[in-house]
Design a binder for this molecule. Structure first.
Ligand code: ATP
Ligand code: MG
Length: 557
């Protein structure tokens, strides 16, 4: 299948390579994989890799595996294994067959290590870590040979078997590939293939006390799974030599010879993506957890109201290249705003409530009004809202005096209550502190649903909720987590946290929201997109994103 047939997506260098490989007959179909290490929760950077790997498989009718790269048991945990599966599935992707684990192949890795030893291409080295560093040389100086480099094949085989049998202490020796101590690529200077760790593994228990290094395990896992295009981020560019060297020197397990291609990782402004830093945010309780809605994690974005569609669309918008750059947060937010603008049901919520009394409306009366669920999409139907003598509006929507740019309620002037009547502000009362307490209005009973009414020019429309039916709710307003575009670079990244990344407000929502479904975003008219929190009891709404791009300064009156 050619790129043109493959879909609407913009082409990129990886698609070009796949097109060529399919056209030349090198591969009949493509096989990719997403290989997370289960040592943390997935973030939006991983989403880029997921959308790329699974997206290619979808578009070219190939397959994509989900493989846990679990060769580092001390940092891994089943909690992460579970969360990663949940996140990939939530994004809407299906992995091919069973979930794979690198640890499924531990025995194969070991047999390949024996093969390399047998060919005189690997040796057991007893230099300690510091000595190894010394022997490795520098970028400008070649390294020198380990004294163990020329141990006989038989002796090495014997030593490797002893390593596996647990006859050496942790750190006493390692298995190294015998490549080139003078290579300009440091990763080729006899890299470590296996190290000793007396550590139980979440999948294999105590079966092993030697664990393969990433570079050794990854290429062989790809080969075992018949991966055609092994996509990783640019920091592995040099390691491609090692990837190829290993596959060139073992008996390949399948006819498919995987190739590695590198693309640039996603960096997002005003957040961090390094797992070490994300762990720190969680452990130091700078956020409430991995799924804190301010976190760039997939679980955080989900809790905040992001949709799978919006994240996939974001991945399409940023594309794939080899250029390292920072992506603006506004691109991610535009993707979710565009999706929610079309799909989110409309509703009304008042975040900063002040009481408004309509004095010519009968006491003890409320009337139902049918309001559209989505003004541009009649198919979404109607919802019932209530109108009555007392309503709440936002305090910011009333001024005693204002110039003509203020299109909301001004003393002595008219405004329309969204989906309802035109009202006129007659007077107001302040409390003892001089804060606005109550606004008194009159309404025009002939103006329901008409706009403009009776030839009267009422430009402003404000949102509101009827007081006796309104349901109290809390609103969590999120802002950028950090105050600087590249917090990863900051000496102390805790010092550049934004102290106002969360502001909590108490207000009211329409009664229909009393049983809002968590994670499902609504547009609160004039306020932004919100979804009910999936963890906290009661009615708590997280602001997904505002209605406009607030990264560029908003107009203020
Ligand atoms: P570490 O290896 O330090 O634990 P990692 O971010 O590389 O962290 P992995 O679990 O190894 O985490 O990543 C799984 C896959 O996701 C890899 O193929 C990796 O290249 C890709 N990936 C990770 N971070 C990003 C990012 N910011 N942008 C794009 N792809 C990423
Ligand atoms: Mg990694």
């Amino acid at each position: 299948m050619s790129q043109a047939e493959a879909g609407e997506r913009a082409t990129n260098f990886i698609r070009n390579i796949i097109d060529e490989d399919l056209a030349s007959g090198l591969h009949k179909s493509i096989q990719t994989r997403f290989p997370p290490e289960p040592n943390g929760y997935l973030h939006i950077g991983h989403a880029k890799s997921i959308c790329l790997n699974f997206g290619l498989a979808e578009d070219y009718q190939g397959q994509c595996n989900l493989r846990f790269d679990d060769t580092n048991p001390e940092k891994e945990d089943l909690e992460y294994v579970g969360s990663i599966q949940r996140d990939v599935a939530w994004l809407g992707y299906e992995w091919s067959g069973e979930i794979r684990y690198s640890s499924n192949y531990f025995e194969s890795f070991y047999q390949y290590a024996l093969e390399l030893v047998g060919k005189g291409l690997a040796y057991v080295c007893f230099l300690n870590a510091e000595q190894q560093r010394e022997y490795r040389g520098t970028l400008t100086e070649p390294g020198k040979a380990s004294p163990y480099r020329d141990t006989s094949v038989d002796e090495n085989r014997n030593l490797l078997e002893k390593m596996r049998a647990g006859e050496f202490k942790e750190g006493e020796c390692v298995l190294r590939a015998k490549i080139d101590m003078a290579s300009p690529f440091m990763c080729m200077r006899d890299p470590i293939l296996y190290r000793i760790r007396f550590q139980a593994h979440h999948q294999t228990g105590d079966a092993w006390c030697i664990y393969p290094m990433y570079d050794f395990a990854h290429c062989i896992s790809d080969a075992i799974e018949g991966v055609t295009h092994s996509l990783c981020t640019l920091e592995f560019q040099d390691n491609r030599r090692l990837y190829d060297w290993i596959l060139d020197n073992i008996t390949l397990p399948s006819a498919t010879r995987p190739r590695q291609y590198e693309f640039s990782r996603l960096n997002l402004e005003y957040t961090v993506m390094s797992k070490r830093k994300l762990h720190q945010l969680v452990n130091d309780r700078m956020v409430t957890g991995w799924d804190d809605p301010r976190m760039p994690t997939i679980s955080g974005l989900r809790r905040r109201g992001y949709t799978p569609t919006s994240i996939r669309s974001f991945a399409d918008r940023i594309g794939v290249s080899k250029v390292d750059s920072f992506t603006e947060m506004s691109i991610l937010e535009a993707a979710v705003r565009d999706d929610l603008n079309v799909h989110a049901p409309r509703s009304m919520a008042v975040l900063n409530p002040v009481k408004l009394v309509i004095e010519n409306y009968p006491e003890n009366q409320v009337e139902p009004i049918q309001a559209p669920i989505h003004p541009q999409n009649e198919d979404m139907g109607k919802r019932e809202i209530w109108f009555g003598r007392e309503v709440y509006i936002d305090r910011e929507d009333f001024r005693e005096e204002a110039n003509k740019h203020f299109k909301r309620l001004v003393l002595g002037k008219e405004v329309r209550l969204r989906n309802a009547y035109v009202i006129k502000a007659e007077r107001f009362e302040n409390d003892e502190q001089g804060e606005l307490k109550t606004i008194y209005c009159s309404y025009d009973p002939d103006t329901l649903g008409k706009n403009p009414a009776d030839g009267r020019k009422v430009k402003g429309v404000i949102h509101w909720v009827e007081a006796s039916k309104a349901v109290p709710a809390e609103f969590y307003l999120y802002d950028r987590l950090f105050n600087v575009p590249n917090p990863g670079k900051a000496e102390d990244f805790e010092a550049v946290l934004n102290p106002e990344s969360l502001v909590i407000k108490q207000g009211f929502v329409e009664p229909s929201l009393a049983d809002a479904v968590p994670e499902l975003a609504y547009q609160f008219e004039r306020e932004g997109y919100f979804c009910r929190d999936n963890k906290q009891p009661g009615l708590v709404f997280n602001r997904t994103v505002g209605l406009r791009d607030t990264w560029s300064e908003q107009t203020k009156y």
